[in-house]
Ligand binder design. Structure first.
Ligand SMILES: *[C@@H]1O[C@H](CO)[C@@H](O)[C@H](O)[C@H]1NC(C)=O
Ligand SMILES: *[C@@H]1O[C@H](CO)[C@@H](O)[C@H](O)[C@H]1NC(C)=O
Ligand SMILES: *[C@@H]1O[C@H](CO)[C@@H](O)[C@H](O)[C@H]1NC(C)=O
Ligand SMILES: *[C@@H]1O[C@H](CO)[C@@H](O)[C@H](O)[C@H]1NC(C)=O
Ligand SMILES: *[C@@H]1O[C@H](CO)[C@@H](O)[C@H](O)[C@H]1NC(C)=O
Length: 648
């Protein structure tokens, strides 16, 4: 089979002059090189038992204060595709317009353009029909806030905690350390500057029972979140100051195209907004990384019927829990149209693209997956063959690889393989390898759409790397000796369907590990991470990027004192232990790990509440003030102090 050969363009270098006044915590070459133990009991120079002796006492271990130093001047930015003006002929001619804000009743929609299907009246109707509950007030801000430099007093390293016992591996010079967030969870401003309604606003309609299965307890709508739509400059300033170099964010489809479908007008305010996010990030030495869809399907895929919209406990969702509209007959074309518009505008400055975030969550049937993988491949080919982009594209996977509870038992190993083939297989086999859907998937989702040879040829090789969101490890054990019979029975009475394997949160000796049911607060599984990324690298034969990892604490239960919130050692322990195992995977297992993105750079709205907080910064919900937690210092320091010099 001859798949089209992708022509690559060498990245062009653009020169920009830059001298920036902001402070950055991390020195270019870390101050804190990890050292091997000085007294090595296995070395002949040291005795096998400690030597006890008196000496002149002196206080030496007092706090060393390390603070910010000026950000290094950077002088060149790469260009990854031609500028929009040179590629706009690849798109059908676009009309742009702007809609401004929608205000809830009693302000009535203007009716002067009520005949225009895409006018202000029509835009207001989208919101009236959505009936967003309790949408009355906006946030503190209504216009972009000018950033202020982070004071040096906020950039003092906390007294060190020595998590790094027995580690000696350097971080590869080109390893990417970044942070991630998503539009619906941080932006707020949901009805501002032409944004149309999307699924996340409807999460408040979740039946409480369904919400509980997602770990959401204090279900409450929040349309303000972190107000990052107006505070992005300050957020980026703070990231630059703590030493972060990569920022992964998602673009809201319902901002770019309020009327969603092809041949509808593009929102000029949305284009200008994301253009400025990208340019401001670059001006601070931060590389932007873009996701096109992060659970925020525009509401127009669901008509006006809210009952249809959401997770409905009576609906058998195959892999995921939420109906994200992927199965809609117009989804694939509409998504490709949206993706082409965004890529052609921003691909010159963005080197990493993700089409979908965790599509498993939103797949309700075989058609959903068919649309997702084919839309992905179409955008991949558009980017590589038509835009001639030189960056990299992938799709962020949910459900990290499961590991067998007892790897010495064949049935446990087979159960884990079934789980992985079912959850990751329908995406990764066709897209990474050009191989057909695995049998675990075909036997479970009987209405799957068969892939032809031509389909597989088109899908093959459209992941430049495997993108995995990994918070924990599903620990898998068998629950039936006939998985095939269980998988074939899709009736609601079959409680084992669709996985047909068991997932546990305790080891065989009863220690808590993994993800407990009914909560998204997890137990750390660092050693499993090494197995998981090795599985991905060796099975799908592509570099691995950890596109999200993180640990949540209960934000609602936060102590009242700010410095108690900042202490945050649980998160430091999570990150450092994961990163240490990741370095073992790189150096001992020879797995190519491109980078890791921490979820998340601020406490945010976790789809229905602020109970679960994954932030490296605390957000005061009254003032929107951000505060670095100690984990942020610990992690950046851990990576940057171990980074090798570039071989050049
Ligand atoms: C809307 O607000 C009212 C009054 O505060 C409250 O009783 C109701 O539960 C809220 N509705 C939703 C869906 O949050
Ligand atoms: C909305 O969808 C639900 C579930 O499919 C259906 O039972 C109901 O009749 C629909 N309502 C309307 C007004 O179409
Ligand atoms: C459920 O299983 C039956 C029997 O195998 C099959 O005919 C049907 O297509 C399945 N439903 C879906 C939605 O796959
Ligand atoms: C978080 O803490 C609040 C307040 O203590 C409590 O009501 C809630 O149940 C906790 N949530 C979880 C998921 O533990
Ligand atoms: C959040 O801000 C309010 C208002 O300024 C303040 O009273 C409160 O103490 C702050 N909370 C924390 C944890 O700092």
């Amino acid at each position: 089979m001859a798949c089209s050969v992708t022509k690559m363009l060498a990245a062009l270098l653009l020169f920009v002059a830059g001298a920036f006044g902001q402070q950055v915590y991390i020195h270019t070459h870390g101050p804190n090189t990890p050292s091997a133990c000085k007294a090595n009991p296995t070395h002949p120079a040291f005795g096998k038992t400690p030597k006890y002796e008196y000496s002149q006492f002196k206080f030496t271990n007092t706090e060393t204060v390390r603070t910010a130093s000026p950000v290094p001047t950077f002088s060149a930015v790469s260009q990854y595709a031609p500028h929009y003006s040179q590629v706009k002929h690849l798109l059908p001619s676009l009309s742009t317009t702007s809609w401004g804000n929608w205000y809830a009743h009693p302000t009535k929609a203007p009716i002067h353009d009520s005949k225009d299907p895409y006018g202000h009246f029509a835009y207001s109707q989208l919101w009236e029909n959505a009936g967003v509950p309790n949408f009355t007030s906006r946030g503190l801000y209504s216009t972009t806030v000018r950033p202020t430099p982070v004071p040096t007093s906020e950039l003092v390293f906390p007294p060190p905690l020595l998590f790094e016992s027995s580690d000696c591996y350097p971080v590869p010079h080109d390893f990417i350390l970044g942070v991630a967030g998503s539009a619906a969870q941080i932006e707020g401003a949901i009805a501002d500057e032409g944004r149309a309604p999307a699924i996340p606003e409807m999460f408040t309609f979740l039946p409480p029972g369904v919400a509980a299965t997602l770990g959401i307890t204090n279900l409450s709508p929040n349309y303000v979140t972190d107000e990052n739509y107006y505070l992005y400059k300050q957020d980026l300033e703070r990231l630059a100051s703590i030493g972060v170099k990569y920022y992964s964010f998602s673009i809201a489809w319902s901002r770019i195209l309020p009327f969603v479908f092809p041949n509808t007008p593009v929102n000029s305010q949305a284009l200008a907004h994301y253009d400025d996010v990208i340019n401001f990030a670059i001006s601070k030495g931060i590389t932007p990384v873009v996701t096109l869809h992060h659970f925020d399907t525009p509401l127009q895929f669901f008509g006006d019927n809210q009952t249809e919209i959401l997770i409905n406990s009576n609906t058998r969702c195959y892999l995921g829990t939420t109906n994200l509209g992927f199965q809609h007959e117009r989804f694939e074309d509409a998504f490709v149209n949206y993706g082409k518009i965004v890529m052609s505008h921003f691909a010159d400055r963005v080197p990493f693209w993700f089409t979908f975030n965790e599509p498993q969550v939103g797949t309700v049937n075989g058609l959903s997956i068919d649309h997702v993988i084919k839309a992905h491949a179409k955008l991949y080919h558009f980017y590589k063959d038509e835009l001639r982009g030189t960056g990299k594209i992938s799709m962020k996977m949910e459900i990290p690889p499961g590991v067998p509870l007892d790897p010495s038992q064949k049935s446990h190993v087979a159960a884990a393989a079934h789980f992985n083939d079912l959850q990751l297989g329908p995406f990764l086999y066709p897209l990474a390898l050009g191989e057909d859907y695995p049998s675990a998937y075909k036997m479970t989702v009987q209405d799957y759409v068969p892939l032809s040879k031509a389909d597989l040829c088109n899908l093959k090789g459209t992941l430049d790397f495997i993108a995995m969101d990994v918070y924990t490890a599903p620990i898998i054990f068998p629950v039936t000796n006939n998985i095939a019979a269980c998988a074939a029975n899709n009736k609601t009475s079959n409680a084992l369907y669709p996985n047909c394997v068991g997932v546990t949160e305790t080891t065989s000796n009863g220690w808590l590990i993994g993800q407990p049911s009914n909560s998204i607060q997890m137990y750390t599984t660092p050693t499993y991470l090494r197995t998981q990324i090795s599985y991905l690298w060796n099975t799908f034969r592509a570099p691995v990027m950890i596109t999200e990892f993180g640990h949540s604490t209960n934000g609602t239960a936060n102590p009242p004192q700010l410095n108690a919130i900042q202490y945050d050692t649980v998160r430091s322990e999570f990150y450092i232990s994961f990163l240490r195992e990741m370095l073992k995977a790189i150096w001992e297992d020879h797995v190519h790990v491109l980078g890791a993105f921490m979820w998340s750079f601020v406490d945010n709205w976790e789809w229905g509440s602020f109970d679960s907080q994954f932030g490296l910064q605390y957000v005061n919900r009254t003032t929107q003030q951000r505060t670095y937690k100690r984990s942020f210092f610990d992690i950046v320091d851990y990576i940057e102090s171990r980074r090798s010099q570039s071989p050049r």
